[in-house]
Design a protein around this ligand. Structure first.
Ligand code: CA
Ligand code: CA
Length: 473
């Protein structure tokens, strides 16, 4: 007998002929939560010895491990980290991560803790007075130390214990309807043993059809040596992938609402940045597909590789991004170090009031292959801003187009545009050719990709087969 994890890909292949058509016509709606990543759909579909079918998540979860959760504590209990037994967890309604064991909402002040050494209470005014770059301690740019910093760190740890939600191997998280929402949560997808010993391991996780809102750090840290004059940095991504292979992130929406950057105060002449990334892929992770998501109203969306010094990331960090909407996002869509990253058929939309910085961060040893993406941009910005040279030396850009306001989308060679403006020049050959999408010709033309992203990305739009379309060639 087939296990469901075997039956699903076979069913997918057969369904091209008739199976799903028959189910639509006669039977009950397909159980989309048990879908697996289709063959050939980006790097996460790459078969390995451990996962010969690619990414299957919790598609073959037993009935006892197939549950619907409606609050944070039920979700954490259902995940039972680090238990690797397959789990299919449906999320219904809005789940706030900032709650206590009795589900009472927790505000930032509820997490405030004293300095464990001295008992000195946490106080933002005391913190700001102590580490002021213009003050006596600030001029040597040392990282904060002492009472107010200790109290900040203890307070941050108290919040992390609530909002960090660890996702174990062989799990599918699937939102019911279009409005299933995680507020303030950090989904931490990490290989349980690789995290401790280094390297990566197959985690086989699928996250689909969810809204991620307002992942925010109540206690940003002050980093005086970040940039010329320091910066505020925060700790929680909506999703982080670490020491992990085979992750499929599909049909989700990520956005800041209550905690939008433009609602945050400024201290030391820098925005008090309460956000980190929306979806960061780091620490030797590999084989990830990010498809049909919406990333909106945020500064730094997606970091792939978090340090120039992390040479263990070489030959890893292989990620596919396709048919995602990046709507008024500032930068890092994505920003890449080391990895071979295929960025195709995404829609970038930026309005005039956005703090837009760049789209593709070409970091050290990165090999971005950017194909048939559509840029729909305010005239405030120009095509020389798409690539951000961050010690990268090569990037392939093919078939992408740039449109200002109501004009036509002009096919644009972003490498040539960059090279005309900046030095040293980038090579226009990333040194590899993607194949896990039907091969050459597997991408939609940009105008078609734009239409499909607008009509079919985000929660509530999941269809059997994941929206992936086998190339006609
Ligand atoms: Ca991060
Ligand atoms: Ca040049």
């Amino acid at each position: 007998m087939f296990s469901p994890s075997v039956a699903k890909p076979l069913g997918y292949l057969l369904s091209i002929g008739f199976l799903i058509g028959a189910a639509r016509a006669a039977g009950p709606p397909p159980d989309l939560g048990r879908d697996v990543l289709p063959p050939n759909d980006g790097w996460a579909s790459q078969p390995t010895a451990a996962l010969p079918l690619g990414t299957t998540g919790g598609s073959n979860a037993a009935a006892a491990r197939t549950v619907t959760v409606t609050n944070r504590n039920e979700l954490v209990a259902a995940l039972a980290w680090p238990d690797p037994a397959p789990k299919l967890i449906y999320i219904r309604g809005t789940i706030d991560a900032n709650v206590d064991e009795a589900l009472k909402p927790l505000a930032c002040k509820d997490y405030q803790r004293p300095d464990p050494m001295t008992g000195e209470a946490y106080s933002l005014p005391a913190f700001l007075a102590m580490y002021d770059p213009e003050g006596p301690l600030g001029k040597d740019k040392k990282d904060p130390f002492g009472g107010p910093e200790n109290a900040r760190a203890a307070s941050a740890a108290a919040q992390a214990a609530r909002v960090r939600i660890r996702v174990p191997p062989n799990t599918t998280l699937f939102g019911l309807g279009a409005d299933a929402t995680l507020v303030g949560a950090w989904l931490d997808i990490a290989g349980p043993s690789a995290e401790a010993r280094g390297g990566n391991e197959p985690v086989n996780v699928i996250i689909r059809n969810l809204n991620f809102v307002d992942t925010a750090d109540c206690f940003p840290e002050w980093s005086p040596s970040d940039g010329a004059t320091g910066n505020w940095n925060s700790a929680y991504d909506s999703i982080s992938v670490r020491h992990a292979t085979h992750v499929w992130i599909d049909h989700n929406r990520f956005a800041d609402l209550r905690t939008r950057d433009d609602t945050q105060p400024t201290y030391y002449a820098h925005r008090y940045q309460v956000h980190d990334g929306l979806l960061d892929i780091t620490d030797e992770s590999d084989l990830v597909t990010v498809s049909w998501n919406q990333f909106a109203v945020h500064d730094k969306a997606m970091l792939i590789g978090n340090s120039d010094a992390a040479v263990a990331d070489r030959d890893k960090l292989r990620v596919t991004l396709h048919h995602n909407l990046f709507d008024n996002v500032g930068q890092r869509t994505p920003r890449v170090r080391f990895g071979k990253v295929h960025v195709y058929n995404n829609l970038y939309h930026v309005a005039s009031d956005t703090n837009y910085h760049s789209s593709w961060g070409a970091g050290v040893e990165s090999q971005i292959y950017a194909e048939n993406n559509y840029f729909e941009m305010s005239t405030m910005f120009g095509p020389m801003e798409v690539i951000d040279g961050k010690k990268g030396t090569r990037i392939t850009t093919a078939g992408n187009c740039w449109r200002e306001n109501a004009g036509a989308c002009e096919v644009t060679d972003f490498v040539a545009v960059w090279n005309a403006k900046f030095d040293p020049d980038l090579s226009a050959d990333a040194g590899w050719t993607p194949s896990l999408y039907g091969g050459a010709g597997g991408a939609d033309i940009p105008a078609e990709a734009r239409e499909r992203v607008l009509s079919s990305s985000g929660p509530g739009k999941v269809v059997p087969g994941g929206g992936f379309r086998v190339s006609p060639n």
